[in-house]
Ligand binder design. Structure first.
Ligand SMILES: *Cc1c(COP(=O)(O)O)cnc(C)c1O
Length: 229
């Protein structure tokens, strides 16, 4: 039985190796441990091993873990699809929303973010694979959405997220991630101070780091296979 802290160390070693391999500074790439479907006790075990940032895809499940583990002072990122009737729970409970793709949801989050908390950090999810079923703003609509979100008082626009179509080809993976980096560079040239490129998961984090990821979102390689998405 391989323990969670051992698997965490193995993923951190993969990140460090990729930073070296692709000329990134050591510590450039942050690990988000995607704990969706796994119990609070598993998160607590990883927190004890030093992991601070966790990602959740389902509002109710995430809010319950956040409440249970409040004393640990962890950072919680929402990475799932968000309906308008759940924005208040997310604005009150989470530190980040990485999956924002509609202005109406952004406006609600900004209105509902409690004054006692710092602004909610957000990333815009971009649909770079062209799959109509996937979430994310189309690249052509990204600049308008980014400028509108950046103007909301209780949100802080940090960067972009993408979920490319899965595939084993390393160069193909790099091409997808490069598209996201180029979109980010264009927004930065346009005056938006972005510091986050959220790309790369268990199967493709090396390609993402090669193309400039600052945050990789890893579930399976730490926790094991999930029974649901
Ligand atoms: C589930 C999920 C992940 C983690 O994927 P793994 O392949 O298990 O590492 C990353 N990002 C998002 C948006 C997810 O929904």
């Amino acid at each position: 039985m391989i323990t969670l802290p051992t698997k965490l160390q193995a993923v951190l070693a993969r990140i460090a190796d990729a930073e070296r391999e692709y000329g990134r500074a050591a510590g450039d790439v942050q690990l988000l441990a995607v704990s969706k479907t796994w119990p609070a006790i598993a998160v607590a075990e990883l927190a004890a091993a030093g992991q601070r940032a966790f990602g959740e895809s389902y509002v109710q499940e995430g809010i319950e873990k956040i409440a249970e583990l409040r004393a640990l002072g962890l950072n919680w990122h929402f990475i799932g699809s968000l309906q308008a009737n759940k924005t208040r729970l997310v604005a009150e409970g989470f530190d980040w929303v990485q999956s924002l793709d509609r202005l109406r949801i952004a406006e609600r989050l900004s209105e509902q973010r409690p004054a006692s908390l710092p602004p909610l950090s957000v990333c815009l999810q971009v649909n770079i694979s062209g799959e109509a079923t996937k979430g994310g703003v189309w690249p052509a609509e990204l600049p308008a959405l980014a400028h509108a979100v950046a103007a909301l008082p209780r949100l802080r626009l940090r960067g972009l997220l993408a979920l490319p179509a899965p595939g084993d080809d390393f160069l193909e993976q790099r091409r997808s991630f490069r598209r996201l980096r180029e979109l980010s560079e264009r927004l930065q040239a346009d005056g938006l101070p972005l510091d986050t490129l959220s790309m790369g998961m268990s199967a493709d984090l090396e390609a993402a780091i090669a193309e400039g990821a600052t945050l990789v979102r890893v579930g399976t390689a730490i926790f094991g296979e999930r029974n649901r998405a």
